[in-house]
Write a protein that binds this ligand. Structure first.
Ligand SMILES: *[C@@H]1O[C@H](CO)[C@@H](O)[C@H](O)[C@H]1NC(C)=O
Ligand SMILES: *[C@@H]1O[C@H](CO)[C@@H](O)[C@H](O)[C@H]1NC(C)=O
Length: 377
């Protein structure tokens, strides 16, 4: 496909009067729409979360929890993280503050743990106790959730955490299918699902579509999920999810209560060994993605932008991408979604968050991954 140069685009804009969003992804040769401020580097960072005082908790895959002050760039350590199973896609995962953190100091972490039969994702909560030298510890740590079986191998943990804004502080967990395919369709396991729990790991009194079936089935909100690495609510309270698909099938889904997203029965991609997978239009009973990518972008994190700083981006999905090495902006219009912009950053981008002032923060993948603050140019 021919790439239009900047000057050609400007000419077109002049001739047409209006420059429509190009249907081709914007080239990384274009200037990024933001100014990038590097804070500091980390050892294989995976996720981060803002404290009310604007300091930032950062997880490192080998099992370290770090605390960084973006003003001074000082970096401390929080002790008390359980030992994680590090390797492949596994290790220390997500970190999230309880919505009432100001009152209870609770943080939630996800990680891969070793056990009988291999590895599995777990979620724990603990009280964050900070000291005056920029460090601290996790206290009264309590494991509140586990994947229902340990699996040999280190892929597809998922394990993103997200709190609802409801009075009960409902906790959402994205649970990957551990590269086992069929568990995503099985109602006797919590692998390959989007789950909804109380903040102590118990089943909510109201709302879960399969609550009457008991056991792990009661945790399930949606099924047929592969490797879900980003979940966020939009301003209408709708839940969006991105997942790494197989070859040619990365997805953004609008998650509906009780819905089945079809993995591994249908996909817009195919298996890596070349075997075909039936497409979504062959099985309308499975909910199709709102957009998919072929070639893939390898989505690793998601926010639905809710700020005003980046004008025109409110309500858009901003995806941090590993393979695409940058950000992918998706515009949603009602129930539809389409890629609007691709911003090349030349690095695999692992995590993404928005700060209260509307700035976008991202963290790079791998050894020496940087925490970056992005503000409009
Ligand atoms: C603060 O916590 C860190 C990590 O636990 C520790 O290394 C440091 O010594 C602590 N500082 C003080 C003053 O307690
Ligand atoms: C919130 O929790 C309370 C106490 O468990 C329960 O009675 C209530 O039904 C819950 N609300 C929802 C919407 O689940």
């Amino acid at each position: 496909m021919m790439q239009l140069g900047l000057s050609t685009l400007s000419t077109l804009a002049f001739v047409a009067g209006v420059l429509a969003v190009p249907s081709q992804p914007l080239s990384s040769r274009q200037q990024t729409p933001f100014t990038t401020t590097a804070i500091t580097t980390f050892d294989e960072p995976w996720a981060f979360a803002f404290l009310p005082d604007n300091r930032i908790l950062v997880t490192e895959k080998r099992g370290q929890l770090r605390l960084v002050d973006p003003t001074t760039k000082a970096k401390g350590t929080i002790t008390g993280v359980p030992s994680v199973r590090y390797g492949g896609q596994g290790g220390f995962g997500d970190v999230a503050l309880h919505p009432k953190f100001a009152e209870n100091n609770l943080i939630y972490i996800s990680y891969a743990e070793a056990g009988n039969g291999g590895a599995g994702a777990a979620v724990a909560r603990a009280k964050l106790v900070l000291n005056t030298s920029g460090g601290g510890s996790l206290q009264n740590l309590q494991v509140i959730w586990r994947q229902s079986q340990k699996i040999n191998g280190d892929g597809h943990f998922g394990h993103r955490l997200l709190f609802g804004s409801d009075a009960n502080s409902t906790l959402w967990i994205s649970s990957g299918e551990r590269q086992q395919f069929d568990p995503a369709q099985s109602m006797t396991t919590n692998l390959g699902k989007i789950l909804r729990l109380n903040d102590d790991g118990s089943i909510p009194a109201e709302g879960n579509p399969f609550a009457d079936r008991g056991g792990v089935t009661a945790q399930v909100w949606a099924l047929g999920i592969r490797n879900p690495l980003g979940i966020d609510f939009d301003e209408q309270g709708r839940l969006w999810e991105i997942e790494m698909g197989p070859m040619g099938g990365d997805e953004i889904n609008l998650i509906e209560k009780g819905a089945n997203y079809g993995w591994p029965v249908v996909s817009q991609g195919n298996h890596y060994d070349g075997r075909q997978i039936p497409k979504h239009n062959t099985r309308p009973e499975f909910v199709a993605p709102k957009a998919f990518w072929n070639p893939v972008i390898s989505p690793a994190g998601l926010i639905i932008y809710k700020g005003n700083l980046f004008s025109g981006w409110k309500g858009n999905a901003i995806i941090s991408a590993l393979g695409a090495q940058g950000l992918v902006r998706v515009e949603m219009n009602g129930n539809t979604a389409r890629e609007a912009q691709r911003i090349g950053m030349g690095r695999r981008i692992r995590g993404i968050r928005q700060s209260a002032d509307g700035a976008i923060w991202v963290i790079e993948d791998g050894a020496g991954g940087r925490l970056l603050k992005l503000t409009p140019r």
